[in-house]
Design a protein around this ligand. Structure first.
Ligand code: ADP
Ligand code: MG
Ligand code: MG
Length: 212
């Protein structure tokens, strides 16, 4: 079984960057329907910058998961504008604070996902049901929590990713009450929230990286 260590975290970020690139136009299209049509482009810019930093001198000194996530946080905050940059930046920053160790166990994975979700919710003043990325993070935490007692870190990660995917789909019928999509009122219903969709993608990449 692959250890969820700093090398995994680096693979996670690289997978996430590749998947964001692959799905950039779909994310942007979702945001075109209920926002301003830039979410995929925003995230692609940010993760491309993260990969560039990993490929540079900063990428050679990463010994803990937290150090990798902190690099992601600072890079996303400085390169992604709009709502998603500070939100994802805060998610990774808060996650980095609870993962400053060489390897994550099952409880460590849950702590990562919890801290990320709490970071976004506090930064965006959003709660589940507002039709934002919080819905995906919250569903990830809810799904991952019960799996921790079995003690398998990868199983917790898988549960989180599956929860996020379900949480993202659950935003479709919702009416947005936070962020740009809330300007549309009830016309925001019927479309998946772009940030919830990208959250599912990013957490799926974490599983992909653990299986590589
Ligand atoms: P912008 O809306 O500034 O163009 P993006 O398009 O990159 O930024 O990101 C939009 C996503 O950000 C939304 O789909 C939603 O998931 C998330 N979002 C927006 N506002 C909030 C908020 N207050 N709290 C949590 N998430 C939010
Ligand atoms: Mg947008
Ligand atoms: Mg924008």
């Amino acid at each position: 079984v692959t250890a969820l260590d700093a090398d995994w975290a680096v693979r996670w970020v690289r997978c996430a960057a590749a998947d964001v690139r692959t799905h950039r136009d779909e994310l942007t299209e979702l945001d075109r329907l209920i926002g301003d049509g830039d979410h995929g482009v925003n995230l692609d810019r940010g993760f491309t910058a993260v990969v560039a930093r990993l490929d540079g001198p900063d990428g050679t000194r990463l010994a803990t998961v937290g150090q990798v996530l902190q690099l992601v946080a600072t890079t996303l905050m400085s390169t992604v504008g709009g709502a998603a940059g500070p939100l994802y930046g805060t998610a990774f920053l808060h996650a980095s604070r609870v993962t400053d160790r060489p390897v994550l166990d099952a409880a460590g994975v849950l702590a990562l996902v919890e801290a990320a979700g709490e970071g976004i919710a506090s930064r965006g003043h959003a709660v589940p049901g507002n039709k934002t990325m919080v819905d995906a993070w919250h569903a990830a935490v809810e799904a991952a929590g019960p799996v921790v007692t079995a003690g398998d870190a990868l199983a917790v990660l898988r549960a989180a990713a599956d929860g996020a995917a379900a949480g993202a789909l659950a935003t479709i019928p919702m009416t947005a009450t936070k962020g740009r999509a809330s300007y549309l009122g009830e016309r925001s219903a019927g479309t998946q929230d772009p940030g919830a969709c990208s959250t599912a993608l990013v957490l799926a990449a974490a599983v992909e990286a653990a299986q590589a």
